[in-house]
Structure formats: C-alpha cells, structure tokens
Design a protein around this ligand. Structure first.
Ligand code: HEM
Length: 364
C-alpha cells in the first residue's frame, strides 16, 4: 500500500503477514541500507534522522551486517539476566514507593520511562552522573516530526556518549560499552562504539517503554486483559497479547530495494522505503484467529537477519515492571483519556494517568 512517511516522502507499507516475512527474510533483495534514499531526501525531512544510515547492524547489509551484529550479540550475550531482574525489581519498588501513598500517578513519566532508562543505562555502563543529561535527550531518538530537534538531540547524545566511551577506555567494567570496546573483531574507533550505543538507546528505550505502557493501557481498558488482574493470564501472556494487538513499533523494519522488486503482483520501486506494518500484519486473518494465548507468531521483534537481539531482555524488564506494579496497586483505574503519540513508527500513549486507593499500608 502506498503511504507517505512525511509530506512528500513516499514509501510502501507491507500489511500481509506472509509478505512481511518474505521481505524480512530476503535481505539481499530488501537490504536495510538507506544511503541511496538519503541522497534524495532533504535534510529537513522529519523522519530522516530516524532512518539515517550509520555503521550499525540496523543500517548495514551482508558481511558488514553480520560482523557488526556479531559484536552486539557477543556483548548482549554477556549480560547477567539475574542481575538485571534484581535491579529492575529494586528500581520498580523505589519508583512505586514515590507515588503509592498519593492515590494517583502518571505511569509513563513516573514509572515506565525512568525504569527502562535506568535499566538501559546500567546495561550500557553509563556513568551515573550523566544519567540526567542522557534522560533529557534520549526522547529525540524517537522524534519523527521535527528534524531539527531530532538532529540536535542526537548530537548531544553523541557527545555525552563520546565522553563516556573515553572514560570507559581507562576504567572498563562489566557492561556493554566495555565489552564492545574490548571486541577485537570489529576493531572499531571510539566514534564507531558511540554509534553502536546510540543504536542500543534507540532500539531499547522507547520500544520497551512502549511495551510497558501499552500493556498497562490494555489492562486498564480491555476486559480480556483485565482478567490478568484476577490471575487468569500470566504476565507473559499479557505481554504477548499486547505485542500482537498493539506493538510499540507499529510500523518499522524499513528496507530499501536497490532495483525494482515484485511482491505479490505489485512492483516496488528501487530506493523507495518499504516499511513493514507490524501491527497490520498481526491483524492478517492468516495468523489472527481465535484465542491467541501462547501464540507467539507475532513479528513485533522483527524477523530474519535483523530480528531483535534483545527481545529476552525487553520481556524481562517489562515482566518485572508489570508484576511489581500489579502487586502494589492492583486496584488502579484510568484517570483520563489516553492520547497516543503521533508517529509513523512508534505507538504508545504519551501519558498513562491512573488513580487508586491510597489509604493502604506501605507496599514494601
Ligand atoms: C519491547 C522492546 C523492543 C522491541 C519491540 C524491539 C523491536 C525490534 C525490531 C522490530 C527490530 C528489527 C528491526 C529491523 O528489522 O529493521 C529490532 C532490532 C534490534 N533491536 Fe530490538 N526491540 C526491543 C528492545 C530492544 C532492546 C532492549 C535492545 C537492546 C538492549 C534492542 C536492540 C536491538 C538491536 C541492536 C537491533 C538491530 C539488529 C539488527 O539490525 O541486526 N531491542 N528490535
């Protein structure tokens, strides 16, 4: 289906599940490298910063992609998931303790966003004194409406992470930044390591916040999910249902055919972005039948050569977040209308205002 990613920026949206898998599993026909497309798109194009090419696995193809992806996999594979679980639990309790006695909260700003950011900062090995500045600019990574703000935010983040990398070269720790720096295979410069860290912040922060907020929104508004509060669905079942019905990256996995390509009976022009409608493909009757409990055929984490490298970590963080929240404030209800963020790619509420019974003993 022809769409515009921004005024005057044409793309093709793939909506069928089989077509989506076909594109994602044919990286030689549908590479992720956007360099040619960028040459034709003006710098003020609002989605350009988000789709810009860079030497990261997300925007490379073939041998280079395998090499860079291998380095990310090696680093992320060393993360101690038990430690992540314990730290996220501790942070969740601390955040809930800040608002539980008030009887109201805004769960994106006061819970999901700080929880995820702290988890990603720790994973990366960001020096604590940089956390506030990084928190201010990280939202620019998901900015798809204002090229100036997106570029300025990315530049600031680059410079902060550049400082962090320099510091880390002298004081390595048990974290992704140190493991990437120590990886001899790519043999990369400090600025190349910064590009990898920016990709991690880009792919990890907003989508994981989106998964948590979309899950909370579903629990508060959808009777089927509400049953989760009564214990009839596991948190993992709830998260899978959310990844099906309301994936935080609703449209993503952008590919750029180098020559015209045929999908079904439609020719896709060369260098015109092909965007996978992840949310739309989940509504394809071929996979969207009946009770989907235990059905994990969604592609909310992508598929094929570029599939998400850290879906286990994202699910771990989201599971702990939802479990701690439901345990502490099971009686919460929505205290205002949900406004969904305007973006061609990300889908999550801009705020999740809730109220609950405040007159209880301290949960923890
Ligand atoms: C709910 C949270 C998340 C969602 C929905 C998500 C979704 C995705 C999707 C759809 C892709 C495929 C992109 C493509 O095909 O072009 C992807 C790739 C990727 N994700 Fe995730 N992700 C999440 C969390 C994370 C986290 C926590 C990390 C890191 C700590 C991460 C790191 C990456 C990286 C590095 C890639 C690029 C892989 C490649 O191009 O080879 N993601 N993610």
């Amino acid at each position: 289906m022809p769409v515009e990613l921004a005024p005057g920026v044409p793309a093709t949206l793939v909506m069928g599940h089989e077509d989506a898998l076909h594109v994602l599993q044919s990286p030689e026909r549908f590479p992720a490298t956007s360099a040619e497309w960028q040459k034709k798109v003006p710098v003020e194009c609002p989605v350009r910063p988000l789709l810009a090419s860079g030497q990261t696995p997300a925007r490379t193809s073939g041998v280079e992609h395998s090499r860079l992806r291998g380095a990310h996999m090696a680093a992320l594979g060393r993360v101690d998931q038990h430690a992540v679980q314990a730290e996220v639990e501790r942070d969740a309790v601390a955040l809930i303790n800040e608002f539980w006695h008030r009887g109201e909260a805004e769960l994106r700003g006061q819970f999901a966003a700080p929880l995820v950011l702290a988890a990603v900062n720790r994973l990366v090995g960001l020096p604590e004194e940089m956390a506030d500045e990084v928190a201010r600019v990280v939202p620019a990574l998901a900015e798809a409406g204002d090229a100036v703000a997106a570029v300025a935010g990315r530049r600031t983040l680059e410079s902060l992470l550049g400082e962090a990398v320099l510091w880390k070269t002298t004081a390595p720790g048990a974290d992704v930044m140190s493991w990437l720096l120590a990886d001899d295979d790519p043999g990369w410069s400090e600025s190349e390591v910064v590009a990898q860290l920016i990709l991690i912040y880009e792919m990890a922060v907003e989508p994981t916040i989106g998964l948590i907020t979309n899950a909370i929104a579903s629990i508060l508004t959808d009777d089927r999910m509400d049953a989760a509060l009564g214990g009839s669905m596991s948190t993992r079942d709830v998260l899978d249902a959310v990844l099906f019905d309301n994936p935080p990256l609703a449209q993503w996995c952008v590919r750029y055919p180098q020559v015209p390509q045929l999908i079904g009976n439609v020719w896709l022009p060369a260098h015109r972005p092909v965007v996978i409608g992840l949310a739309a493909s989940h509504r394809d009757p071929a996979i969207a039948r009946g009770d989907r409990r235990g059905n994990r055929s969604h592609i909310a984490f992508g598929a094929g050569a570029h599939a998400c490298l850290a879906s286990d970590l994202a699910l771990l963080i989201a599971t702990v977040a939802i479990d701690q929240l439901m345990d502490a404030v099971p009686d919460m209800e929505l205290a205002g209308e949900l406004v969904w963020r305007p973006s061609p790619f990300h889908r999550s509420p801009t705020a999740v205002p809730v109220r609950f019974e405040p007159a209880r003993s301290r949960p923890y």
